[in-house]
Design a protein around this ligand. Structure first.
Ligand code: MBD
Ligand code: FE
Length: 309
């Protein structure tokens, strides 16, 4: 079957009826967007001559994706979340906002509600013998370079298996393991004692990996650590750093790696003096430079469904 009806008057009229473009009420923006997306979909179906079986396979895929809670994971894998960053970067350029620690995607694995510590926190609450001790520290500064007191630095990352607490399929991690929130003092400094994260892989039988397989793409991320930095004077920063040397750094299925987000790792041996139970540890300095509000407003706060505990 290779029919061409999509551009004809009947189908074009039908698309307007479906989106109720010519009827009153509703949300004008929603109507236009639904009309555009449906028009593009109908055209795609025609151009690729999709069979009914293929169309139903796609519809069933959406159901399964949602039932697995993987829509946000797929958004990361399809570069949608990175595209948001590219748009925010371009918007900043237009506004003349330069500098600051580069933003990068939040990802789907944040959990709200981590206990807040002053200045310094221990993030690893469960034993993980396969992960070496890691110290993360730095200074939060404003656009003028001055330290920011009272900034909330939220940190989250995986264990040695690439699993995040709250989302760990083995159920082995306790609440807020490898997660924490640290309030900076007058010197703007934060410090976290934790354990090395490992690379992440999408659930192998999940819908996201199913689609990636069709594209002959992997679903892995280099080892990384996530940050939110929140103050009342500057814009919220959402970012991550990658673990230097990880072979996936420039091959991240979620496209989150950026220049400036690969800090050096220093091997150190004074672990007991910084609070570890052993002497050898890795040390990463990651400073967080914030950017100014826009007309007094923070235009970086993103509302999305997030887990909480
Ligand atoms: C992650 O840890 C992550 O950060 C992203 C973006 C997607 C899946 C897992
Ligand atoms: Fe992550």
């Amino acid at each position: 079957m290779s029919v061409t009806i999509c551009d004809g008057k009947d189908v074009q009229d039908f698309l307007r009826v479906v989106a109720n473009l010519d009827g009153g009420g509703g949300n004008e923006r929603a109507k236009k967007i639904v009309h555009r997306i449906l028009s593009d979909l109908f055209k795609t179906i025609e151009d690729f001559d999709l069979t009914p079986d293929e169309i139903w396979a796609g519809i069933n895929y959406v159901n399964k994706l949602g039932s697995e809670g993987e829509a946000a994971l797929l958004a990361a894998g399809l570069g949608l979340e990175h595209y948001i960053d590219l748009r925010l970067d371009a918007e900043d350029k237009e506004l003349g906002i330069t500098g600051g620690t580069p933003r990068t995607i939040e990802g789907p694995l944040y959990v709200a509600g981590a206990p807040v510590a002053e200045g310094k926190a221990r993030l690893d609450k469960n034993p993980d013998p396969d992960a070496a001790p890691l110290r993360i520290h730095g200074t939060v500064t404003g656009p003028d370079g001055a330290p920011v007191a009272g900034a909330l630095v939220e940190i989250w990352h995986s264990d040695s298996k690439g699993f995040y607490s709250h989302f760990d399929p083995t159920g082995r991690q306790s609440e807020f393991n490898l997660r924490g929130a640290i309030r900076t003092g007058a010197d703007g400094r934060y410090e976290a004692l934790t354990k090395m994260p490992a690379s992440y892989g999408c659930p192998p039988s999940g819908s996201t990996q199913t689609l990636l397989n069709l594209l002959n793409r992997h679903g892995n991320r280099p080892a990384h650590v996530h940050f939110f930095v929140t103050t009342d004077k500057f814009r919220k920063l959402t970012t991550q750093f990658n673990i230097e040397g990880d072979p996936l750094i420039w091959d991240d299925f979620a496209f989150a790696t950026r220049e400036g987000l690969i800090p050096h790792i220093v091997e150190k041996n004074d672990g007991r003096s910084v609070g570890f139970d052993e002497d050898a540890y890795r040390d990463i300095e990651f400073n967080l430079e914030l950017t100014p509000l826009v007309h007094g407003k923070d235009n970086q706060v993103v509302n999305r469904a997030r887990a909480a505990a």
